[in-house]
Design a protein around this ligand. Structure first.
Ligand code: NAP
Length: 304
């Protein structure tokens, strides 16, 4: 009788996760690469997290890898018993966990910053070397992005992006602002200790960011996801040649991106970052070069 090998299960752990585009993207990639695997959604309430991450449960469901989203990126850290990438150790947050059920070992990765830089360098062709960067927000995404910009990338992830991404370039400066000023200053201090050739500072107001004299403005807050959200900045704060990157991808055009468009500035939403963080996670899960164009197509289809 034929021996049927069960599919390896991967998935997105979070709460809620119902509207995630990740299953479409990863399942299309598995199919294109003839990998016997399936990507599922794991909506887990906080009281069920420990049970979900227990070896009994992971083994019972044949789970070999997880992506992690809100509100668990920090909460999963104590469960990762194997090595973690540099960015995970620095930010104390992971969005990708590779699981070895037989060995009962887990490895932690952070692919958000990789996804951001990959999109910026490869697709948007924005050379941020020695440029001035302003980041609004000092939460999980801001930390991952600023760490990847200011320092190079974690080694395991480099295995795939090595030939594609220039990991040696850093901006001249990164200025961080968050409504939670203590969070911003703590992160700036921590990152500043690690970044060698990039000046890191936090400021206490949007005005102090001096956006007019920056080269790249990044929105790493959720402000802009709802139609009723206020505009993060005033139109006259934007300079003539600044690139505006909003990490938000739904809606695809936020108020901030509208401002940039009205001023004729180059800009991007976060869909490319989503694609490349997923491509990087796929590579970590499978060891296979990600079929980026197929993943992109699947994302577009899922968005329709
Ligand atoms: P988070 O951990 O909640 O961080 C957001 C930070 O922004 C918080 O520190 C928050 O402070 C601060 N903030 C809120 N309103 C602000 C304002 N008006 N001015 C300055 N700071 C403000 O969220 P996250 O996980 O980093 O995600 C941030 C955004 O990035 C979300 O929209 C998310 O969807 C997006 N994202 C996109 C991708 C992608 O692949 N494209 C990946 C990850 C995240 P308080 O906590 O005090 O409110």
């Amino acid at each position: 009788m034929e021996n049927i090998i069960p599919a390896k299960i991967y998935g997105l752990l979070g709460y809620p996760v119902a509207h995630s585009l990740s299953p479409s993207m990863h399942n299309a990639a598995f199919k294109a690469c003839s990998i016997n695997a399936e990507y599922k959604l794991f909506p887990v309430k906080p009281e069920g997290l420990e049970e979900f991450l227990s070896w009994n449960n992971l083994k019972a469901h044949n789970i070999f890898g997880l992506n992690v989203t809100m509100p668990y990126k920090e909460k999963v850290i104590p469960y990762i018993n194997g090595p973690s990438s540099y960015t995970v150790r620095l930010t104390q947050a992971a969005n990708t966990i590779k699981i070895y059920p037989q060995k009962e070992e887990e490895e932690g990765f952070s692919t958000d910053g990789i996804g951001f830089c990959w999109h910026l360098q490869q697709e948007l062709k924005f050379d941020y070397s020695r440029k001035r960067v302003a980041i609004i927000g000092a939460g999980g995404a801001a930390k991952a992005v600023s760490a990847s910009l200011a320092i190079s990338f974690s080694k395991p992830v480099m295995e795939y992006i090595d030939n594609q991404l220039d990991a040696s370039i850093q901006p001249a400066s990164i200025t961080i602002y968050d409504v939670d000023k203590i969070k911003a200053s703590k992160w700036a201090e921590e990152l500043g200790k690690e970044a060698i050739s990039c000046e890191i500072k936090s400021v206490e107001s949007i005005e102090e960011m001096d956006i007019k004299n920056q080269d790249l403005l990044i929105n790493a807050t959720p402000v802009g996801m709802r139609e009723t959200d206020p505009s993060l900045i005033e139109p006259d704060m934007l300079g003539e040649s600044i690139f505006v990157y909003d990490l938000i991808y739904s809606p695809p055009q936020t108020k901030l991106l509208n401002l940039a468009r009205e001023k004729g500035l180059k800009s991007s939403n976060g869909l490319g970052m989503l694609l490349y963080q997923g491509a990087s996670a796929f590579n970590i899960f499978t060891g296979v070069k990600p079929p980026v164009e197929i993943m992109r197509q699947a994302l577009f289809e899922a968005l329709k």
